[in-house]
Design a binder for this molecule. Structure first.
Ligand code: PBG
Length: 337
């Protein structure tokens, strides 16, 4: 594909597949450098152009948000890279044949960030100010506390979105993690409290995918020792637990990528606590469920983590989440970061 790099497999070299955006390259570089530092392996980046990056066609026509990940997965399956680094929140919740999440590295800031003109916070924005976001969840959350604001639908990568601020918009809402990783934290004027603004499932976390087979017992079969060593160096169990619990809510609700749902898990007082909130898109109503499971030795097995998400989702449904909002909503067009 045009502009893609190609590197043949070489013993001792670990090739990290990445999308080409500034953020994707920054986060994959950080992951690769950690592996090099901690295992001594030689590392290289392989950039892959996804359909979602080059096409202006509506996303639904291209096949949904999966278009951002499928080209990277193809590169992995074709042995054009050894590991593929994704933003976890961009990964569809369903399984992918022949591929497993080999590591979840330590999660960055899961919060959403306001980037406003003149250093303003959300409370300080003048009446009627224009706030840009392409996310129905963020729109609902902003309108819930500031119904006077005008939410504008915007698309594009981080730099494009930021370029509107001070010009056609007073502020935009973006993931703090993306801004931090791309060295753009200085534009943030407020980081929203997670208890007031729960964010997208897996936000701030990365998923490092690897070719692998499931043994049927849930255990992943990986053979190459240097890959196993790299994944072990990257794995951060608390980050995997929280991201998986959040994603389990979406999976159970069969929620589309644009469904207005916030899900935030954290570890506190020897427990894994999960909170999920479903919003009416105009911000006038919301439903929230919180639940927790005790951790033994600071950890819980995957089955328990996934069950926590299913329980929270089940409680949301029994309290009318499907009537409150369109859970299956999928963005018609979505920019990339
Ligand atoms: N929606 C696109 C997207 N996918 C991942 C990130 C970066 C943050 C992350 O890694 O979770 C972003 C940008 C954003 O939401 O502002």
């Amino acid at each position: 594909m045009r502009g893609d790099t190609y590197l043949s497999p070489q013993p001792g070299l670990i090739r990290f597949g990445t999308r080409r955006s500034r953020l994707a390259v920054a986060q994959t570089t950080q992951v690769a450098e950690k592996v090099a530092r901690e295992t001594g392996a030689d590392v290289a980046l392989v950039t892959v152009t996804t359909k979602g990056d080059v096409s202006r066609a509506p996303l639904a026509e291209l096949g949904g948000t999966g278009v951002f990940v499928s080209a990277l997965r193809d590169a992995l399956l074709d042995n054009r890279c050894d590991l593929a680094v994704h933003s976890f929140k961009d990964l569809p919740t369903g399984p992918c044949e022949g591929i497993v999440v080999g590591a979840v590295p330590e999660r960055a800031d899961p919060r959403d960030a306001l980037c406003a003109r003149d250093g303003l916070t959300l409370a300080e924005l003048p009446t009627g100010a224009r706030v840009g976001t392409g996310s129905p969840r963020r729109a609902a959350q902003v309108l819930a506390v500031r119904p006077d604001l005008q939410v504008e639908d915007i698309r594009g990568n981080i730099d494009t979105r930021l370029s509107f601020v001070g010009d056609s918009l007073d502020a935009v809402v973006l993931a703090a993690a993306g801004l931090d990783r791309a060295d753009s934290s200085s534009v943030i004027t407020e980081r929203f409290d997670l208890s007031a603004v729960p964010t997208a499932a897996g936000q701030g976390a990365l998923a490092v995918e690897v070719r692998g087979a499931d043994s049927g017992s849930g255990a992943t079969v990986l053979t190459e020792p240097r890959i196993v060593t790299a994944l072990r160096a990257l794995e951060h169990p608390a980050s995997r637990m929280t991201a998986e619990a959040e994603r389990s809510v979406l999976l159970t609700l069969e929620a589309g990528c644009a469904a207005p749902i916030g899900a935030t898990a954290h570890i506190t007082g020897g427990k894994l606590q999960l909170r999920a909130t479903v919003y009416r898109t105009d911000g006038t109503a919301q439903l929230e469920v919180v639940s927790a499971v005790p951790l033994g030795n600071g950890t819980a097995g995957e089955a328990i983590v996934l069950q926590l998400g299913r329980d929270v989702a089940g409680e949301l449904l029994s309290r009318g989440a499907a009537e409150l909002t369109d859970l299956g909503a999928v963005l018609v067009r979505q920019g990339n970061r």
